[in-house]
Ligand binder design. Structure first.
Ligand code: GLA
Length: 406
């Protein structure tokens, strides 16, 4: 486990919690019992393959990763929630009876949205105070938003002793992001963060939200994430527009084929799509082609993972990137540059933009022994082209969000 999450840091978090929020009057500190504090570790996620298939009801192959949001909290016997965010070094407070969107302090909305969900669903919760720390880059495509949402959800569930089914936790967090934050995302991130399992990838079928665990052992290879440092907030991108475009194609194909059973893009056979190529707008055709070919790539990657065929996974990753770049059009100059350059290096099996794109990061599979070489070459090239240093993050499959005790 990373140093910032060892017991020393937990002690630090506790002290911060006491001094920042709760017991400014030192005399009262004695009544704060250790067992009243709840610590939650909530991971980010990487997605091996299966991008933009979630809200199109297809397949994905993600992992929860060993980079986390760390929450330390306590009930405060009041009617407000207060937070200290160690990364932004900001304090925030809101009342349970007045939870509204904050257009200035964007990060607080993920928390507010989740709290609101528990209230909407009539769970008995009160005020609480917590510290939010992290070693997970924000806005880098590692799902830091879902990590906060699920972390807050688990904190609430533990503090108020709620017995919630994990899939309901997923649904509350998903609803918070869609209906409060306003990003019309699918279930990929929240499911990965809730259902992640150490040493396993998750084969996700969005039709029934089922998870099949597949042993994830890349042997001589590793998963490397390269953060382009091109920050984006999905709210300000064409993320929601893509979703509307997918809905449009579904309607068009349903009408053209007269098949009312078609409810989602993934219900369409790729040959049926090809049949109507000249009858639907060209850009919409490409959006649909991405989703349908991506579903096929996920199934192939699943087989390849089961067979230990990492070369094949690398090829599929690179094909996925082309499709996201040309058909779904969510790549950027920086992401394309990183993918092209990293693919030129010996020992790299394949690479693609990961997550929503529009900035953020790329994922690659590389030979372990080539790690330093890859870092050196990419850093030098990227620096001279964009005058910026990328970040390199090696990650392994981790458990989903959980309470930890020190
Ligand atoms: C973001 C969204 C997910 C998913 C991916 C693209 O991470 O939050 O729901 O749509 O983009 O696969």
């Amino acid at each position: 486990m990373e140093k910032i999450f060892n017991s020393e840091s937990a002690e630090k978090q506790k002290n911060l919690l006491i001094s920042k929020f709760l017991y400014k009057d030192n005399k009262k500190e004695g009544i704060l019992k250790r067992n009243e504090i709840v610590n939650i570790l909530s991971p980010g996620r990487a997605n091996l393959i299966g991008e933009y298939t979630d809200y199109n009801i297809g397949f994905s192959l993600p992992i929860a990763i060993d980079k986390y949001k760390f929450l330390t909290g306590i009930k405060n016997d009041s009617d407000f929630v207060e937070i200290y965010d160690c990364n932004y070094k900001e304090y925030y407070k809101f009342f349970l009876n007045n939870i509204t969107y904050d257009s200035k302090i964007k990060w607080a909305n993920y928390i507010k949205g989740v709290v609101k969900e528990y209230l909407i669903h009539n769970h008995k919760i009160g005020g609480f105070s917590f510290i939010l720390d992290s070693n997970l880059s924000i806005g880098a495509g590692l799902s830091s938003s879902a990590a906060i949402e699920v972390g807050v959800a688990k904190l609430i569930e533990r503090l108020f002793k709620l017995n919630i089914k994990p899939l309901d936790t997923v649904k509350y967090c998903h609803s918070a992001e869609n209906n409060f934050v306003g990003v019309k995302c699918g279930y990929l991130d929240q499911i990965s963060v809730v259902f992640g399992k150490k040493d396993y990838a998750i084969f996700l079928n969005f039709k029934d939200l089922s998870c099949d665990y597949i042993k994830f052992n890349l042997k001589d290879y590793l998963v490397l994430i390269i953060d382009s440092k091109e920050k984006r907030n999905l709210f300000n991108t064409e993320y929601n527009k893509r979703r509307e475009e997918c809905n449009e194609v579904v309607e068009l194909i349903k009408n053209l084929s007269g098949n009312n059973d078609i409810k989602n893009l993934s219900d369409i056979d790729i040959n049926l799509l090809k049949q109507f190529k000249n009858k639907i707008p060209e850009n919409l055709y490409r959006r649909a082609r991405h989703v349908l070919t991506e579903n096929i790539r996920v199934l192939e990657a699943k087989e390849a993972l089961l067979n230990g065929n990492f070369q094949e996974i690398g090829i599929l990753l690179s094909e996925s990137h082309k499709s996201l770049r040309d058909d779904y059009e969510v790549s950027t100059e920086r992401l394309n540059y990183l993918v092209n350059e990293v693919n030129k290096i010996d020992g790299v099996l394949g690479a693609r933009l990961m997550g929503a794109g529009f900035g953020g990061n790329i994922i690659c599979i590389i030979k372990k022994v080539e790690l330093e070489k890859v870092k050196e070459i990419i850093e030098e090239k990227y620096l001279s082209k964009f005058n910026d240093r990328p970040d390199f993050i090696c990650c392994k499959p981790s458990d989903g969000a959980k309470e930890i005790n020190f």
